[in-house]
Design a protein around this ligand. Structure first.
Ligand code: ZN
Length: 578
């Protein structure tokens, strides 16, 4: 006999075997045992959560002459016929490969013939959202005039793609993602039946990676079984799933708590070098911090999604400040979105690591833990949101009607505690005063090699840097993140390394000035204005000073608003929409 996938062999045959969908199966069983069934059902939910299994059990329970409490006997001819897919009265259709009108018309015609062996004809249409419009219309007609003794069960992972006219004619059941606990329990049951030993943590790792889908979990378990010698180990399952061990995650989070950038980057590179997936790392880090946070607040082990409450975990939960855990979750969430849109996952993870290993602003404030602090934070946040709303309106107005509100007024409202990076205008202006295109081009040419030349920690800081102006002795570099500006301008080892390299390659060192990307147009504008005030028409930083000046006016004022907003809310909250 050829090998059969676990998820086929172990497909649940009774409602009580369907893992993690108690609410759905209870309702279905009640309806069946009370003879109170409907003629059309919609089973929606993520893949591998038991929709088609439940549909087949339902078909059996409706037709089994020995059904009890809404469960089929699984022993009679009808039950076995349905299990084996042999009974003509239970028809499974995969809409992904049958999206034509003809097939549904066919259903319509055949549905009108009475069932031959069973009491009810049951049509199970999987991935029903894949039907064409014409097919939906044909299906709708059937649902509008349901033939006697015919039941439709429509299953879908994407209910929003199904016409409302169809949905409104069905009784809908939503299948949830299956909890890790339920998946582990089912796998443990299967392994016990197969007499295969396993490490507890191995099953948890599989359940985590399966993200609530039993079919995925069982296919990972299949792979693990084929590698195992009678024992499913954590190490092997981590290798198969590309997941990261809890100990490594713990160390990574510790490096953030201890503001240890070197260690954080070292761990990151170690993880990536092992071939772990960047997305998986971000996912795991978010879930891990979520678990730490919840364990910290509740002390409950049962609420943990992916972690094991071992000694190291408990110590870490105790040591970690809630604020820092929130911050890690926030930064990782943002990183997740950035990674999705970029092919440079590693760079974003490095930036995230550098950000997270900075001593956070919060840690300087006395932090009150518990509910009062939360509500304080909440109202502070609400206040900020309102201010932000105003700023967005101002930005929109200025975008639409030309002149923006005066930057001077904005300046006056600046909060005392300014978190945005403070640009050293005097130094920058000195460079701009002597800036030439030649000097800039020379540096731009060597910049990628320079970054490559730097050690890992320094490389991570400089990766998003961009030279924007250069004089024979100085250089202005912009960074996407304020925090990196800060780091680059204070890291003496970095500045030394850059100087050494430039001396070797272009023959002289250059004084480095850092400016956040958002502030650069404003800084440049201020320089041009000053030049004008001094009666000098020579704008060496641009090709055409006069033209720049007119075009830059509105954007520069917008920039002021943007950097104001960033100062108030932090870069990760403010998103600049064009
Ligand atoms: Zn039966």
């Amino acid at each position: 006999m050829s090998y059969q996938a676990l998820y086929r062999v172990w497909r649940p045959q009774r409602f009580s075997d369907v893992a993690g969908q108690e609410a759905v199966t209870r309702t279905l069983r009640n309806a069946l045992s009370q003879g109170n069934t409907s003629h059309a059902y919609l089973f929606s939910g993520p893949r591998g959560t038991g929709k088609t299994s439940a549909a087949k059990i339902f078909a059996k329970a409706m037709n089994c002459p020995h059904a009890q409490d809404g469960e089929p006997c699984n022993a009679c001819e009808i039950c076995e016929g349905i299990t084996m897919g042999r009974l003509n009265d239970v028809i499974e259709i995969d809409a992904a490969s049958n999206n034509g009108v003809e097939e549904i018309r066919d259903i319509r015609e055949k549905a009108n013939y009475a069932p031959t062996q069973a009491e009810y004809k049951v049509y199970i249409i999987d991935e029903v959202h894949m039907l064409s419009m014409g097919a939906f219309n044909a299906l709708l007609k059937t649902l509008e005039e349901p033939p006697l003794n015919v039941v439709f069960i429509l299953a879908t992972t994407e209910p929003h793609k199904i016409p409302l006219t169809i949905i409104s004619r069905t009784q809908r059941f939503d299948f949830r993602r299956i909890s890790a606990g339920d998946i582990v329990e089912r796998m443990a049951y299967i392994l016990k039946e197969k007499a295969v030993d396993y490490e507890e943590d191995a099953l948890l790792a599989i359940a985590k990676a399966a993200e609530g889908g039993m079919r995925d979990a069982l296919s990972i378990l299949d792979q693990a079984l084929s590698f195992s010698n009678g024992l499913i180990t954590l190490e092997e399952t981590l290798r198969i799933t590309g997941s990261i061990t809890q100990d490594l995650l713990g160390e990574y989070v510790s490096s953030a708590l201890n503001s240890d950038t070197e260690k954080g980057l070292e761990l990151l590179h170690h993880i990536l070098q092992e071939g772990k997936d960047a997305n998986r790392l971000v996912d795991d880090a978010i879930l891990f911090c979520r678990d730490l946070l919840i364990f910290k607040k509740t002390g409950e082990e049962t609420v943990l999604k992916m972690s094991k409450a071992d000694d190291r975990f408990k110590k870490l939960a105790e040591a970690a400040k809630a604020d820092k855990l929130y911050e890690i979750i926030r930064v990782m969430n943002q990183t997740q979105q950035e990674i999705r849109l970029s092919s440079h996952a590693e760079v974003y993870l490095e930036v995230a690591t550098v950000r997270l290993t900075q001593p956070s602003a919060h840690s300087q404030d006395p932090v009150v833990h518990g509910a009062p602090a939360d509500s304080q934070e909440l109202s502070a946040l609400k206040g900020k949101m309102q201010q932000m709303q105003k700023m967005i309106e101002q930005l929109q107005e200025s975008g639409a009607k030309g002149p923006a509100p005066k930057p001077a007024a904005v300046q006056a409202r600046k909060p005392r505690k300014q978190q945005a990076f403070k640009v050293n205008n005097v130094q920058v202006f000195k460079i701009l005063d002597k800036a030439t295109k030649d000097d800039l081009n020379k540096l731009k040419d060597v910049w990628p090699d320079l970054i490559d030349y730097l050690p890992a920690g320094q490389k991570a800081i400089m990766k998003t840097s961009n030279p924007v102006a250069a004089s024979p002795t100085g250089l202005v570099v912009t960074f996407d993140y304020d925090i990196l500006c800060e780091r680059a301008s204070t890291d003496t080892f970095l500045l030394e390394s850059i100087g050494d390299y430039l001396e070797k390659v272009i023959g002289h060192r250059a004084e480095l000035c850092t400016v956040p990307s958002e502030q650069w147009p404003t800084v440049r504008q201020a320089f041009i204005k000053q030049m004008n005030g001094n009666g000098s028409a020579d704008d060496s930083s641009g090709d055409d000073g006069q033209q720049d000046r007119q075009e830059d006016t509105a954007p520069a004022e917008e920039d002021a608003l943007v950097s104001e907003a960033i100062g108030l809310f932090g870069k990760d909250i403010v998103q600049i929409k064009e």
